[in-house]
Design a protein around this ligand. Structure first.
Ligand SMILES: Cc1cc2nc3c(=O)[nH]c(=O)nc-3n(C[C@H](O)[C@H](O)[C@H](O)COP(=O)(O)OP(=O)(O)OC[C@H]3O[C@@H](n4cnc5c(N)ncnc54)[C@H](O)[C@@H]3O)c2cc1C
Length: 445
C-alpha cells in the first residue's frame, strides 16, 4: 500500500502524543517482508499490458516463457483446440516484484516492511492520517492520497466508511482458489512421453478445462530442456470443488516423474467485476483490492499495473493528488477501459461456472469454443467476430443447438455489460453514479 503527498519534507504535528512522520513524496509499506510482497510464482501476462502500464517488458530471468503454442483440452484430453501461439508471457513474479520495487525506490519512494495499517483519522470524511504498526511500534502518516493495494481484503478500503458502502468482500462463488508451482522433473524420459501423449512441444501450454467444475483449469508447461515443469490449478472456491492445492496434490500423485518444488504459492483471487467505486477523496484502490481482475481466468497483474498508471497520470495533473477530481478521473478512465473488458468477461465467467466438465468438452467438441475468441480471452481483449467466424459459429450452433442456445445468452450479456461500463459517469456526480451502479447490479443479477 502507498501514501502519496505533493509536499515532501513538510513536518506534521503529532496527534495523541505519538510521533508523526514528516511527509515524504511516497511511502510504500507491506505487512510482510518487503522482498516477499505480492505474488511469488509464475503468472501469465499479455505483453501489451506492460506497454500500456508504462513498465518495460520482462526479459532475462524474469521471463519464464513466451511464444509457446497452447492446447485447450477437455478433462480427459480427448477434445481439444490448438492455438499456434498464446498471446501471453509467463513471468516470474518474484523477479518482476523486485524490479517494480527497485523502480519505485529509484523514483524516491520509501519502502518499509512488516508494517500494517491500523486506523484512519478523517477530516470532513476524507482520510488524512493513517496509523500503522511496524517492528518499531506505532507510527502516523499524513498524506494527501492513500492507495490500497493490500489484495482482496482491502485493508484500507475496509477502514473507510465511504468506500465500504461500495465494496464488499467477495462471496465464495466469486473467488478462484488457485495454486502455481515450478518443480523439478526427476525423469525427463517420462516427461517427454507426457508431451508425446498430447503431441506437444517443450514449453507448450496444456490447459485441461473443466476438471473441477466449468470454470476450473489445470495448466501445465513441461520444459524437458531445463528439467522443469510449471503447474497451475484453479477452481471456484465455493466448497463444491477441490481447492487449488488439493488439485495440485492430485496431479502430482498421478505423475510420479515430477520431483521437488522449486518455488510457487497459492491463494484466492476475486473474480467479480470491478467495484462500482474505485476511489473516494484521499483513498484509491489498485489491484485485487478494487477487484481489478480479468474474471475469465483470474488474472489481476495486467489490470492492476494499468490501473496504477491511470491513477498516477490522473493525479499528476492536480495539486491536490487525493482530491475528488483526480480520483474521479482515475476511476472513470479505468472503468471505461479495463473495467469494461473485465465486466464483460465477468458475464462469461458466471456462465462458465454453470457448466459441467462434460459440457466444457461439448463446447470444444462442437466448435463453439473458437481459436479467435480463446486468443482474445487470453489477451484480455474483446473478441472481434468477423463474417467467417460468425459463419463458423452458426455451423457449430447447428451441431449443438441446446448448448448454443445457452451460450448465446452470456455473449449478449457481455455486450450489455461492456456498453454499460463505457457509459460510466465521466465527471464527479454521486447521483449519476448511484443510478449507474443500480443498473450495473441489474445487469449482473
Ligand atoms: C496461484 C495463483 C496464480 C495466479 N495466476 C495469475 C496469472 O497467471 N496472471 C495474472 O495476471 N494473475 C494471476 N493471479 C492473480 C494475481 O496474482 C493477483 O491478481 C495479484 O497478485 C494481485 O495483486 P495485489 O497487489 O492486488 O494483491 P496481492 O498480490 O495479494 O498483494 C497484497 C500485498 O498487501 C500486503 N498486505 C495485506 N494486508 C496488509 C495490511 N493490513 N497492511 C499492509 N500490507 C498488507 C500483503 O502482504 C501483500 O504483499 C494468480 C493468483 C494466484 C493465487
Amino acid at each position: 500500500m502507498t501514501s502519496w503527498s505533493r509536499a515532501p519534507g513538510r513536518p506534521a504535528r503529532a496527534p495523541r502524543g505519538t510521533s508523526l512522520r514528516p511527509e515524504s513524496a511516497c511511502f510504500f509499506f507491506d505487512a510482510g517482508p518487503i522482498d516477499d510482497a505480492g505474488a511469488r510464482w509464475i503468472n501469465g501476462i499479455p505483453p501489451w499490458m506492460f506497454d500500456e502500464a508504462g513498465v518495460p517488458r520482462p526479459e532475462g530471468d524474469e521471463l519464464n516463457g513466451r511464444d509457446f503454442a497452447a492446447q485447450l483440452l477437455d478433462a480427459d484430453g480427448r477434445r481439444k483446440l490448438r492455438l499456434a501461439r498464446a498471446p501471453i508471457w509467463n513471468v516470474d513474479m518474484r523477479r518482476l516484484g523486485a524490479r517494480l520495487r527497485s523502480m519505485a525506490s529509484a523514483a524516491g519512494a520509501e519502502l518499509r516492511e512488516r508494517t500494517r495499517a491500523e486506523s484512519f483519522e478523517f477530516d470532513g470524511g476524507r482520510p488524512r492520517i493513517l496509523t500503522v504498526r511496524g517492528e518499531s511500534g506505532e507510527e502516523q502518516i499524513r498524506a494527501d492520497l492513500f492507495v490500497d493495494a493490500t489484495g482482496r481484503r482491502g485493508a484500507l478500503r475496509s477502514l473507510s466508511p465511504a468506500l465500504r458502502t461500495w465494496c464488499s468482500d467477495a462471496l465464495p462463488s466469486d473467488l478462484c482458489t488457485a495454486a502455481q508451482e515450478v518443480r523439478r522433473i526427476e525423469d525427463t524420459r517420462h516427461a517427454a512421453d507426457f508431451l508425446g501423449r498430447y503431441d506437444a512441444k517443450d514449453g507448450d501450454a496444456l490447459s485441461f478445462l473443466g476438471i473441477a467444475g466449468g470454470f476450473s483449469t489445470l495448466t501445465i508447461h513441461v520444459h524437458v530442456d531445463r528439467a522443469e515443469i510449471a503447474i497451475l490449478t484453479g477452481a471456484i472456491a465455493d466448497g463444491r470443488h477441490p481447492d487449488g492445492p488439493q488439485m495440485m496434490k492430485k496431479f502430482l500423485e498421478r505423475e510420479s516423474w515430477i520431483g521437488e518444488k522449486i518455488f510457487g504459492g497459492s491463494g484466492l483471487i476475486p473474480l467479480r467485476r470491478p467495484f462500482a467505486r474505485q476511489a473516494v477523496p484521499g483513498l484509491a484502490l489498485i489491484g485485487n483490492a478494487g477487484s481489478q481482475v480479468f474474471p475469465a481466468h483470474g488474472s489481476g497483474i495486467g489490470s492492476g499495473l494499468i490501473a496504477a498508471r491511470l491513477l498516477a497520470e490522473s493525479a499528476a495533473a492536480y495539486d491536490d493528488v487525493g482530491g475528488l477530481e483526480p480520483l474521479w478521473a482515475y476511476q472513470q478512465r479505468f472503468q471505461r477501459t479495463i473495467g469494461a473488458v473485465n465486466a464483460a468477461y465477468d458475464q462469461f465467467r458466471l456462465f462458465s461456472q454453470t457448466l459441467s466438465g462434460g459440457e466444457v468438452g461439448d463446447l470444444l467438441g462442437a466448435g463453439l469454443m473458437r481459436a479467435s475468441s480463446s486468443l482474445a480471452a487470453l489477451d484480455q481483449k474483446i473478441p472481434a467476430i468477423g463474417i467467417g467466424e460468425g459463419a463458423a459459429l452458426t455451423f457449430a450452433a447447428a451441431r449443438a443447438p441446446r448448448l448454443a442456445a445457452r451460450f448465446i445468452r452470456p455473449v449478449r450479456a457481455m455486450r450489455r455489460a461492456y456498453a454499460h461500463y463505457l457509459a460510466y459517469p465521466q465527471t464527479p456526480d454521486d447521483d449519476a453514479l448511484r443510478t449507474w451502479a443500480a443498473r450495473e447490479s441489474e445487469l449482473f443479477s
